[in-house]
Design a protein around this ligand. Structure first.
Ligand code: PMP
Length: 443
């Protein structure tokens, strides 16, 4: 029997009367009859309003790295409530967490806290502008940095083949586009050309080194090396957006994994196992721009005691235990299981990115950038993802989002996922076969 979403659907009909799309974030809307509402979550599993159980590979788009309702993290957060709340007075824990981060990420010489990834990246861009005295910046196609005007841009290919920068949302001032250069990932020649033409006007090169919002397509170490050299030569700030990769793909994040040094970097998701906190960090001389008469950084909720306590507990576990190694090992074993299912059906595939947040591409070759994603069999992936959701495996219903692994995913999760993956894939293949057959009959 299929899952029932009767209560979620009923709740949607009420919610949509007051909340646009019935949710608090556009990405949570999966259709009028498929949008889920959470009842509770524990470990690697969650339950919706209809009490359907799911093994979760979304983890809130990454944050829940230790699993839901983690006892040590939640106990630390509860204890911190005794501080009494939001006072707009700094607490001792800020430096404790900052010192931990500096120990894990060598480029984090100076650190400030904020609440969301978007806030941290916005601050990084402003700091880069203040440091360089320039306004323009380079974005990379397929990267996501949050819902704010400076980064909501994409490149569209027009009918005549020319590529054009367009806002990725209505309401974004078009004039901002004059400051934006957008380049293809892993195309060093194009990057060299942009720097040769405009390097002296650039404040920043902003990159998500593993595109956690585009199937985990990764920058090659060579590409990052080229970017680093160009940034050095033209005195442009390299901003590494580690909102998804930070404290996940390695203790020192993607900068450690891919051997790149950001002048500035941003962190959020895994920092506090889902409690709202983000980090902008960087070289001492760059971060010095945050000053009384320089860049103001902060906000009412920045450095909230509850989030800081959760961050201290989460980062201690990630730094001092084998949690990250276990996450990676689970990711590798999951890939082996799913790979076996795909191979026996002759479906070409590659796993992309780090095993703790891998994308699955139904294609022969490793994708190098967004253009390659378009050449994968994403229609089959999306059809399979719908069946996976119906069967109780929660991955994003489209192939852009990687599969996030937490330290709470265990053997039972692994075998159940492999089983259901096989069923979901077969259902998607049957659907495709019957669609093709009906097309032949019509023709
Ligand atoms: N940067 C990256 C790489 C992200 O993945 C995201 C969110 N998915 C953001 C920034 C924005 O973070 P937030 O949603 O907390 O604003």
């Amino acid at each position: 029997m299929g899952r029932s979403l009767a209560r979620s659907n009923q709740h949607f009909r009420r919610a949509v009367r007051r909340l646009p799309l019935g949710v608090s974030s556009n990405y949570r809307y999966w259709g009028d009859d498929r949008t889920l509402y959470l009842s509770r979550a524990q470990g690697a599993r969650l339950w919706d309003l209809d009490d359907n159980e799911y093994i979760d590979y979304r983890l809130g788009y990454g944050p829940t790295i230790l699993g839901y309702a983690h006892p040590e993290v939640d106990a630390a957060a509860c204890e911190a409530m005794k501080v009494g709340g939001c006072s707009a007075i700094s607490t001792e824990r800020e430096i404790e967490v900052a010192e931990r981060i500096a120990g894990m990420v060598p480029t984090a010489e100076r650190i400030r806290f904020a609440n969301s990834g978007a806030e941290a990246v916005n601050a990084a861009l402003r700091i880069a502008r203040a440091h360089t005295g320039r306004d323009a910046y380079v974005l990379v196609e397929g990267c996501f940095h949050g819902l704010f005007d400076s980064v909501l841009w994409r490149t569209e290919t027009m009918a005549d083949g020319r590529r054009k920068l367009v806002p990725d949302s209505s309401g974004v001032p078009r004039m901002l586009g004059e400051l934006v250069h957008q380049v293809r990932l892993n195309d060093p020649e194009q990057l060299r050309k942009v720097f040769a033409r405009s390097g002296h006007e650039l404040a920043a090169f902003l990159i998500e080194p593993i595109q956690g919002n585009c199937g985990s397509i990764s920058a090659t170490p060579e590409y990052l090396e080229t970017a680093r050299k160009l940034c050095d030569r033209y005195e442009v700030a390299l901003i590494v957006d580690e909102v998804k990769t930070g404290f996940r793909v390695a203790r020192g994040g993607a900068q450690q994994l891919l051997n790149v040094r950001g002048d500035l970097s941003t962190f959020a998701k895994a920092v506090a196992n889902g409690y709202p906190i983000s980090v902008v960090a960087g070289r001492e001389d760059v971060m010095r721009c945050i000053d009384d008469d320089g860049v103001p950084q902060g906000g009412t909720y920045a450095g909230h005691p509850v989030s800081l306590a959760a961050a201290a507990a989460t980062l201690r576990i990630l730094d001092e235990t084998d949690a990250l190694e276990r996450i990676e090992s689970y990711g590798r074993r999951l890939q082996a299981e799913l790979g076996r299912v795909l191979e026996t059906r002759g479906i070409p595939y590659v796993f992309v990115g780090h095993p703790s947040m891998a994308g699955l591409f139904l294609a022969e070759e490793m994708p190098r950038n967004l253009d390659d994603w378009e050449r994968s069999d994403y229609a089959l992936y999306n059809a399979m993802a719908r069946h996976l959701n119906d069967l109780g495996i929660l991955c994003e219903p489209d192939s852009f989002e990687p599969w996030f692994i937490s330290a709470a995913h265990d053997e039972a999760c692994l075998s159940e996922t492999a089983d259901k993956f096989e069923r979901a894939l077969d259902l998607a293949l049957e659907e495709r076969a019957s669609q093709r057959a009906s097309r032949v009959i019509v023709a």
